[in-house]
Design a protein around this ligand. Structure first.
Ligand code: HEC
Length: 84
């Protein structure tokens, strides 16, 4: 699913992004972002919208228990904005 060309695309916004980062972002997204609603497809929102949505939603994930740190947030944002 994640291939080197997608890592290249991610590097434009996230310097140093790797295929492993995108895979981690996908795993974090799938594990945490479909708990309250169904998973949204990355293509459902514009890049700018994701930049607003992901920090808000990470706060929701963390509301009862700290589960996602800043780096996790970065990986999720990298995944949804690259795969759309
Ligand atoms: C604790 C519950 C909860 C979790 C966990 C959660 N969400 Fe949400 N999400 C909501 C609610 C409630 C809404 C609708 C109202 C709102 O936007 O606050 C929503 C709306 C959305 C929307 C639609 C926004 C729009 O403008 O239409 C997206 C996209 C989204 N969530 C992504 C995510 C992502 C990404 C994660 C993981 C980081 C996540 N959600 C985790 C509760 C949650």
């Amino acid at each position: 699913m994640t291939v080197p060309s997608q890592a290249n695309a991610a590097q434009q916004s996230f310097p140093g992004a790797t295929v492993a980062d995108l895979k981690s972002g996908m795993a974090l997204y799938e594990a945490n972002c479909g708990l309250c609603h169904k998973l949204h497809a990355p293509a459902d929102f514009e890049v700018n919208a994701w930049h607003n949505i992901v920090p808000d939603m990470v706060q929701k994930v963390n509301q009862n228990q700290m589960k996602l740190n800043e780096n996790d947030e970065r990986l999720i944002l990298m995944y949804v904005t690259t795969m759309r």
